[in-house]
Design a protein around this ligand. Structure first.
Ligand code: PHB
Length: 387
């Protein structure tokens, strides 16, 4: 054997044995077109920012994110993307999922292929119980709605109407809020489940007014629906009628400027505001704006940023061994731009602070969700619930 041939053979053997760097692929399923395309943009911006700070490699292996467009609520599309990504692209991890039905649709597939799947948003409690391969560093509606109900009752709000989008996370928001509010001694006067496709909320506003509550608690998917709902709340004179608006992502930053003064004075409970005061948030925002000067960061940006962290830590601990990666992520703790967080070893869902916020104008006249009260280390109350 010539010297050259010997060298080439050694190199080929090393490559086959994995001694050379690999590419570890992460398939991301998220809306990048249609009315919810903002989620895709936010997810990309979050992942970009993470990779810009922490590099594109973990222990010498390159981490590559491969994107697929799910559009809106479309479980069939999500399922076929998951199949294609796992079988044809050979991805080692899956991520993304804005909508609960899309996440639920891949549970069986990821179980069969043992693919760790990191939820960047979808927020119905049951998701993590549908497959042991789901990890969720986003939030749940139970996690934010129940603390909001307790806080509101403590403020003297005695009677509410609940108005939610009629699909999984809406039902969780309704149940979480009602359970905590009634346990605190409050009364729910009426419950309205609104079709997801609703664009005209005036009839629902009339129904709220007729009930005469102290407040209306609402959940709709953040984006065009929340924008239309908050506008209708104002246009139909509910603030003047003494009905406070309580929500979760209803004053999300991507719609805030367009809402303008209509958003002022809305109270929400949520896990992230870009207005959050911490060195970790400052560093995150500085890198994000360096990369994307026109970005409008919101909860889904930070959820994808933290999601990338969870993926990097699984790769660091277990490479492409799915079951080992899931074991390794249980109990993982870090300081997120949103505050201290942990992946609950029992539920694989994030334990995090929930902040009570009010929309105000900041020193520069910008509308912000200003955090003024913190409920610390809240688990997914839909799964760990002692009401
Ligand atoms: C969900 O479908 O779980 C979902 C979608 C959008 C949100 C929150 C939850 O803003």
């Amino acid at each position: 054997m010539t010297k050259e041939l010997a060298l080439a053979t050694a190199a080929a053997l090393a490559l086959a044995g994995g001694a050379w760097a690999d590419v570890i692929k992460v398939g991301v399923i998220a809306p990048t077109s249609g009315p919810y395309a903002t989620y895709g943009t936010q997810f990309r911006t979050g992942v970009d920012t993470y990779q810009a700070i922490h590099g594109h490699e973990v222990d010498g292996d390159t981490v590559e994110f491969i994107w697929r467009d799910s559009g809106g609520v479309n479980p069939d599309q999500a399922r076929s993307h998951a199949q294609e990504l796992i079988i044809r692209e050979g991805v080692d991890y899956l991520a993304g999922f804005t909508f609960t039905p899309n996440a639920l649709a891949v549970a069986q597939i990821i179980d069969q292929s043992q693919t760790p799947t990191v939820i960047f948003n979808a927020a119905t409690s049951i998701i993590t119980e549908e497959s042991g391969f789901f990890v969720r560093p986003s939030f749940t509606l139970w996690q934010v709605s129940a603390p909001l109900a307790e806080w509101a009752h403590g403020q003297g709000i005695e009677e509410v109407v609940i108005a939610v989008s009629d699909y999984n996370p809406g039902i969780d928001a309704e149940t979480g809020f009602r359970t905590a509010f009634e346990a605190a001694g409050g009364t729910v006067l009426d419950t309205i489940r609104m079709p997801l496709a609703t664009t005209d909320f005036a009839p629902f506003m009339q129904r709220v007014r007729d009930a005469g509550p102290d407040a209306v608690f609402a959940f709709l998917p953040a984006g065009p629906p929340t924008f239309a709902f908050v506008k209708a709340y104002n246009d139909n004179g509910l603030p003047g009628a003494g009905v406070q608006l309580l929500g979760t992502g209803e004053t999300d930053e991507t719609t805030l400027e367009a809402l303008g003064d209509a958003a002022l004075g809305v109270y929400t409970a949520y896990h992230y505001s870009p207005d959050h005061d911490s060195p970790e948030n400052e560093a995150f925002l500085a890198k994000l704006f360096e990369l994307h000067p026109d970005a409008v960061p919101n909860f889904s940006t930070v959820q994808a940023y933290d999601g990338a962290h969870v993926i990097y830590e699984m790769i660091r601990a277990a490479g492409t061994d799915g079951p080992a990666a899931i074991e390794a992520v249980k109990g993982l703790e870090w300081i997120s731009p949103r505050g201290p967080v942990q992946i609950d070893p029992e539920t694989r869902h994030i334990t995090q602070n929930v902040y009570i916020r009010e929309v105000v104008r900041d020193e520069d006249g910008q509308l912000v969700n200003r955090e003024f009260e913190t409920i610390e280390a809240v688990p997914d109350l839909g799964l760990v619930n002692d009401y």
